[in-house]
Ligand binder design. Structure first.
Ligand code: ZN
Length: 234
């Protein structure tokens, strides 16, 4: 095997490793993206849950205010009855009103109480929900951290492999290096393995002559269709 052929074989290996690394890096990035989306979703769900609780609390407060207002109205009418000198008709009217308002007050008080109970109950549930959310968030953040660490390591490995590739390319004889540079501007994989009788780059069938030269291993062989460097897998 010529020295250049041996070099190309190593190049093919290194290129293959780089492609695997790139695809694993992309997978990790997609996985991180997915985890971040889940994190955002959980955050939004918590915000919605808090808003629900806020509305319930507001409803309870409103009902309590209505109770107070109704109570104040009854006191006001009662004070008029007790202290003011007013015509009989108006007195009758005020007495009727007080009766109506007392009924209303009973109903409102009952509603206000049950709403306050509901708020208390919901506050407990919300606290549980928040605790669960915090656990979930911590878990997701940890998973993201693990992914980022793995990506960082892989990125370093990728850089080292790229440096290795550049070194190998620099060792190629000039005319091969020039051909390599031309290919690299066009395709991501300038050196490919032969799969059976087809080129691993363009997947077209190779001629008998090309395959023969390849098996002899005395010279550097390129694909007659795409001009990629061809190598045999060990
Ligand atoms: Zn080809």
């Amino acid at each position: 095997m010529s020295e250049a052929t041996a070099l190309l074989r190593v190049l093919a290996e290194v290129e293959e490793k780089l492609h695997k690394l790139a695809s694993r890096l992309a997978d990790l990035a997609a996985e991180e993206e997915r985890l971040r989306a889940r994190l955002a979703e959980a955050e939004q769900a918590l915000a919605r849950r808090k808003e629900e609780h806020r509305k319930l609390r507001l409803a309870a407060q409103e009902r309590t205010s209505e109770v107070d207002a109704t109570d104040a109205k009854i006191r006001e009418y009662q004070r008029k009855l007790d202290h003011d000198i007013i015509p009989y008709k108006e007195m009758e009217f005020l007495r009727e009103q007080i009766q109506v308002l007392r009924k209303k007050l009973d109903q409102l008080s009952e509603e206000a109480l049950s709403l306050m109970d509901a708020v208390e109950e919901d506050a407990k549930k919300l606290a549980e929900y928040e605790a669960h959310y915090r656990e979930q968030r911590a878990r997701l953040e940890e998973e993201i951290q693990v992914l980022q660490n793995r990506r960082g390591e892989m990125k370093k490995e990728e850089e080292a492999t790229e440096a290795q590739l550049r070194e190998l390319v620099a060792q190629l004889p000039l005319h091969l290096r020039q051909h390599y540079e031309k290919l690299v501007a066009r395709v991501p994989n300038p050196v490919v393995y032969v799969n059976g009788q087809t080129c691993g780059g363009c997947h077209l069938r190779l001629s008998e002559a090309t395959l023969l030269k390849l098996h002899e291993g005395r010279e550097v062989v390129t694909c007659e269709h795409c001009s990629r460097f061809l190598v045999l897998r060990d």
